[in-house]
Design a protein around this ligand. Structure first.
Ligand SMILES: Nc1ncnc2c1ncn2[C@@H]1O[C@H](COP(=O)(O)OP(=O)(O)OP(=O)(O)O)[C@@H](O)[C@H]1O
Length: 484
């Protein structure tokens, strides 16, 4: 059996989003499961739609998620596989399109766009819904052709669709039959010499010896056109798998053009999601592992991958689920890995770390290891340990509910002031003893102390909080809250 070779072929018309990542990921996992090659090819023939920075975004984000190409324009394979960017292969496509003209499988079309539009409009008036090219140029005489060539009349090249049928035998959808009579003769090389999508894809898949084409199902109607081009050259088809699309909550396909930032991978990188978690989540979109388990490493996913488990219905992108998976990965990190990961997300414009010790910063960040779902959330948690933390009205309302608060806090404050050895154990004892002396326990004990000492009703373990806020600042907070 020859080595499996699969490809992900984005157009550089926008940035990597959850939808096209799923296609890239499935090609990658499929290839790696069978010890094959994963190739990234850039389909940039639509020059006007190409977007600056799009190629970099695709590669950067794929690499970040561990979807690493074996071959791409950055790391070309054998010379016989050709270029990995379609805009660098225009000569090859042209030469092959002319070869098909030579063989009689394609023909030059001299119709102008005005003529074509007029004819399509006429067909529509006649009630024809699926308009087709009228094959006018197929019957040009040798003399007409020679005259047109002599005057350099601009032409496109059209494929002559045979009147036969094709069975896609799709890996997801099974048998799908297409008939030539339903497909008009289509352009494979435009007047400007640039190939159309269907032609370039076939030439590339052949050149690169692609064995399996896994892509979104919006491409299914392209596939018979590609199969007939394979046939015309006498080339063997790859196996096709058209995966159902990833849609948003309104059922709309996620697309580079959707303009919704929430679909882009870059967004999650910036928010402090872990690449393995996103990989894990996307792998389960439209593919089932066949077991209840939901958390898998990349290696496990590659191992258990089964091409028979692709879903037949669209999958909705669910950010809540992805965030939950991310939180599971965050909790499972070692303390060191967690700290290395989360520190860069601390907003240093808001929280000045320069005068804090490394040890203190680490202890503060670790308090929230089990609480935060993704990196930037740390900024919603750590405010109470920093200057200028605001005491808000809601907290004040909470505090006044505790009738015994002043008696309790006076006792607590006194003990804190006298405490010589500042450690968590001693602080715990002070809280306990203050409760005994003020005759309060449970919420009546902990909540007032928490609010006076930290200016908020929220926070991790009370003694840990007080310890890290520090003695002077705790006393300052108590004084401040008393005066509200
Ligand atoms: N929402 C989606 N769900 C599943 N696969 C998708 C989705 N969007 C794109 N793909 C797949 O990603 C691959 C790369 O596609 P492409 O670069 O054309 O992305 P696109 O987002 O569809 O682009 P555009 O926004 O320009 O239409 C194709 O195989 C395509 O089928």
């Amino acid at each position: 059996m020859s080595k499996f070779r699969l490809r992900y072929a984005p157009s550089p018309t926008g940035f990597l989003h959850i939808g096209n990542t799923r296609t890239a990921l499935m090609n990658y996992v499929f290839a790696k499961h069978f010890d094959g090659d994963f190739i990234v090819r850039i389909e940039d023939t639509d020059l006007e739609r190409n977007v600056d920075g799009a190629i970099e975004s695709q590669f950067e984000n794929l690499n970040w998620m561990g979807i690493i190409p074996d071959e791409s324009f950055l790391k070309p394979g054998l010379a016989k596989y050709g270029k990995y960017m379609q805009s660098q292969k225009f000569d090859r496509y042209k030469q092959l399109a002319l070869e098909l003209v030579e063989k009689g499988d394609a023909y030059k079309c001299f119709c102008t766009s005005e003529e074509l539009t007029a004819d399509y409009e006429k067909q529509t008036e006649q009630g024809i819904v699926a308009t087709q090219y009228n094959k006018k140029c197929l019957s040009l005489s040798a003399q007409e052709l020679a005259d047109n060539d002599k005057t350099n009349k601009p032409f496109s090249i059209r494929f002559k669709v045979p009147l036969k049928s094709w069975n896609l035998n799709d890996m997801v959808r099974g048998d799908v039959i297409f008939y030539g009579k339903d497909l008009g003769d289509f352009v494979i090389l435009k007047t400007n010499g640039i190939p159309t999508y269907n032609f370039a894809v076939v030439v590339d898949d052949f050149d690169m010896e692609i064995t399996h084409v896994i892509r979104g199902e919006e491409h299914i109607s392209n596939t018979p056109r590609q199969m007939m081009i394979f046939d015309a050259f006498g080339w063997t088809y790859p196996r096709f798998a058209h995966l159902t699309l990833i849609v948003d909550s309104t059922g709309k396909k996620l697309s580079k053009r959707s303009g919704n930032n929430l679909f882009f991978i870059e967004q999650y990188k910036k928010q402090g999601y872990l690449p393995q978690a996103i990989f894990n989540y996307i792998a389960l979109l439209g593919w089932s592992p066949g077991v209840e388990q939901e958390i898998f490493t990349t290696d496990e996913l590659i191992k258990i991958f089964d091409e028979k488990r692709f879903s037949k219905s669209p999958s909705t992108f669910d950010m809540v689920k992805m965030t939950w998976i991310n939180s599971q990965y965050m909790k499972a990190l070692s303390d060191d890995d967690y700290l290395n990961f989360v520190k860069p997300f601390v907003d240093q414009d808001k929280f000045n770390l320069t005068n804090k010790s490394e040890d203190w910063i680490n202890q503060v960040l670790l308090l929230f290891k089990k609480e935060i779902d993704f990196g930037v959330q740390i900024n919603e948690k750590i405010g109470l340990f920093f200057e200028n933390f605001e005491f808000n009205e809601i907290t004040k309302e909470q505090l006044v509910q505790f009738e015994n608060r002043l008696g309790l806090i006076n006792i607590f404050e006194d003990k804190i002031r006298q405490l010589e050895e500042w450690n968590i154990e001693n602080i715990k004892n002070i809280i306990k003893n203050s409760g005994t002396e003020a005759e309060c326990k449970g919420k009546d004990l902990f909540m007032p102390i928490r609010i006076y000492a930290s200016k908020t009703e929220h926070g991790p373990a009370l003694a840990d909080c007080i310890f890290l806020i520090g003695k002077d600042k705790v006393l300052e907070n108590i004084d401040f809250v008393k005066n509200q």
